[in-house]
Unconditional design. Structure first.
Length: 230
């Protein structure tokens, strides 16, 4: 399927809807904060490229052996500083880590989720530590059936191990689930390989659309109830 319609009848009613959290539901401020930290060491005209490099290093760090997210951020900030030939400050990485639990949702999230949560169980699979995510989830405006983290899975998305941990905990396979994310490289590519029943891409603007790795595209979570026929 390649339709981007949010009004057509869904292909199936999922047993669970799983979500990426940061970026998809929670407004992700990592690049915004990194620009502020590096502004005194990197010229303004290079800050956008720095944000891209920092994002790429974070992704690369998820692909190696398990490490706590604080260490992942420290490594990504260190590698970014090295790439630009500037001083690495561990306090910057720690400030990024400590800020994550304070971030709130995109404006469209509470209303969209509240129309679904009492009808289809909602699940989060997030590249987070257990100590971080509860405060973010509390701001989402709807109850979640389960919240799974990379710490519990001992693996970060996009690794299949993270998703397989979720399947094992829920006692079901991907074919009865819908996965919702604003990222192809962290979520939707793997969701395709694993055979999710439906993959919904939320076009938040930080990644271009790819119709080979999504079944439905929506501009925001407020459109999701229509995708599942609500």
């Amino acid at each position: 399927m390649t339709t981007i319609s949010t009004t057509a009848a869904p292909a199936f009613r999922p047993q669970y809807i799983s979500f990426d959290c940061y970026g998809t539901l929670i407004r992700f401020r990592m690049s915004e904060m990194a620009r502020a930290f590096f502004a005194d060491r990197i010229p303004a005209e290079k800050l956008d490229h720095m944000a891209f490099v920092f994002s790429s290093y974070r992704f690369d760090e998820t692909m190696g052996p398990w490490q706590p997210y604080r260490e992942l951020l420290r490594n990504a900030v260190r590698r970014t500083a090295k790439a630009f030939g500037v001083e690495y400050r561990e306090a910057d990485a720690d400030a990024l880590y400590d800020a994550v639990p304070t971030w709130g949702p995109h404006d469209d999230v509470p209303g969209g989720l509240s129309k679904i949560a009492d009808k289809i169980p909602l699940v989060i699979l997030s590249n987070a530590m257990n100590e971080q995510i509860d405060s973010n989830v509390a701001l989402l405006g709807a109850p979640f059936h389960r919240v799974y983290t990379a710490e519990s899975a001992q693996a970060y998305k996009p690794r299949m191990q993270a998703f397989e941990y979720m399947f094992d905990q829920l006692g079901c396979g991907p074919e009865v689930m819908m996965h919702v994310s604003s990222s192809f490289r962290y979520d939707q590519n793997t969701a395709t390989d694993l055979g999710f029943g439906c993959r919904v891409f939320v076009g938040r603007g930080h990644e271009p659309s790819n119709n080979h790795y999504r079944d439905v595209e929506i501009p925001h979570i407020g459109c999701l109830p229509a995708v599942v026929g609500l």
